[in-house]
Write a protein that binds this ligand. Sequence first.
Ligand code: HEM
Ligand SMILES: *[C@@H]1O[C@H](CO)[C@@H](O)[C@H](O)[C@H]1NC(C)=O
Ligand SMILES: *[C@@H]1O[C@H](CO)[C@@H](O)[C@H](O)[C@H]1NC(C)=O
Ligand SMILES: *[C@@H]1O[C@H](CO)[C@@H](O)[C@H](O)[C@H]1NC(C)=O
Ligand SMILES: *[C@@H]1O[C@H](CO)[C@@H](O)[C@H](O)[C@H]1NC(C)=O
Length: 475
Amino acid sequence: MRGFPSLLAIVSLHGALLTTASAYQWPNPRYEALERFLFEGTDINDKALTAITNSCAKRAGSGSPVAAEWLRIAYHDSATYNITDGTGGLDASVYYELTRTENIGGGMATSTADFQASSNKYVSRSDLIALGTVWGVVSCGGPLIPFRPGRIDATAAGRYGVPQPQEVLSLATERFRLQGFNQSEMISLVACGHTLGGVRNTDFPSIVQIPGPTVVLKEFDGTDAFDSAGVAQYLNWTTQNPLITIRNTLYQNDLRIFQSDGNATMKSMNSDTAFNAVCAGLLERMINLVPNGVQLSDEIALIPFKVTQAQFNVQNGQLVFDVLIRAAVTAADQTSNQAVKSITMFWCDARGANAGCPGNTALSSSISHPTQFNDVLVSPVSKSLQTSFVEFELTVPIDATRGVGRFWFNSFSSPAARVIQDNGGAGYSLDDAVIFLPNLGAARGSGSVVFDVVVGVRYVFLFKYIHANLMDARS
Ligand code: HEM
Ligand SMILES: *[C@@H]1O[C@H](CO)[C@@H](O)[C@H](O)[C@H]1NC(C)=O
Ligand SMILES: *[C@@H]1O[C@H](CO)[C@@H](O)[C@H](O)[C@H]1NC(C)=O
Ligand SMILES: *[C@@H]1O[C@H](CO)[C@@H](O)[C@H](O)[C@H]1NC(C)=O
Ligand SMILES: *[C@@H]1O[C@H](CO)[C@@H](O)[C@H](O)[C@H]1NC(C)=O
């Protein structure tokens, strides 16, 4: 928290506030937490989960991008969807199925360990598995897959039926059909998956015949990137994909699948543009396969101007209103110098004669430069959107008897470019979220009087109580 902003003044309100149509309105703790996770990669415990997949980083000791492991576990969870009765799909049942032969893989335990502490009341384990695919794919230069939350976790194992590399084509085709994918979609989906990572000797010793215990990963396409290299290498027969090149035809899973339609589908995916377009659609469908009755919410979208915190605090014996704003800076903002550079906050009193600004006058306070914090990260999703963030903190002294009612902002990218930020027309309102509780406090002592102040505070999305001793400066 910084010192008080310079300006504290009474200003005049000009006319009605603009209203803008927007689905999101503050406060919406669940949406705000999901949005932060998706775009900052940070969960509600401040764990920066996506730091380990940034720039398609490899897992130490495994040779595989973290993204590959996250994508594979999502596929394995989703693969046992049954389109006939709408059971299975992305429901985190894979957590109960990890000892099955069909789920062998060094990436499974590492992925579940990554996700371990990040599921909570806002993010189910299955939403987290879906997020892993969204972050992972885009972190390796692949398409940005829209993320819709709302998956519900299974409480027990589901059916068997994840495809295995020794299975005949007709069985693989039937397994994909049950998952809801036809033959050409099966071919594409395998190509989309097998652009990341590879096969480990320790997981499939009959396919990668290098003795352990040292883990050796044979990459599918020799690139870490999510790209069409594997398709091109297949078509011009330079591929190193062990599920194609293995001599034992039993394990030539990808060869069987890729050539099952005379190479028509593979030929149609032989450019990064075509590949990304096809994979974006299929992977989105894959992560959105959920059991009947589970209703996914709308896509989580970036909140360009976000009130990340609004709370009362006590600073140097003074009750203050402490507000933290996160403003997105897009690539276009950067090139046109349109990033938010200053913010003015306005508010009406909650109580007393100026409650609700009856005379059209509001209090205001301005900050003319972003506050230097290091707590807003950029997830692979924001990175791919070339979007970063700036933060502003406003800390203003508040007369406790008047409190803070509705508040709103002007943001400026230049002194002449004012944007009214009023929560989609509603204004921001603390209502019952911030409550001054004078009757719970007490005044004690003589000479210097100590006030015991109790304030109910909305802090991000929790209710906390601040219990503070205030020295009355007048005595
Ligand atoms: C017939 C279907 C498939 C078979 C038989 C199959 C088989 C395999 C095998 C044997 C591995 C090696 C795993 C390890 O050594 O840990 C592997 C890795 C992988 N598979 Fe598949 N797969 C299939 C379809 C898919 C699909 C549809 C996707 C995703 C859309 C996918 C994504 C991956 C990824 C990303 C890896 C690399 C994992 C890593 O490097 O840790 N696979 N697959
Ligand atoms: C898929 O669901 C149908 C309908 O409930 C059922 O008859 C069939 O056996 C299921 N398939 C598998 C592989 O479980
Ligand atoms: C499979 O579905 C796609 C749409 O994703 C469609 O274009 C294609 O014709 C279908 N292929 C087969 C073999 O049914
Ligand atoms: C095969 O395709 C790959 C990927 O595009 C390319 O790098 C390689 O030069 C091609 N090789 C031949 C022999 O055409
Ligand atoms: C499909 O492509 C593979 C690999 O390039 C090749 O070996 C095979 O002959 C092709 N099959 C057809 C029917 O074109």
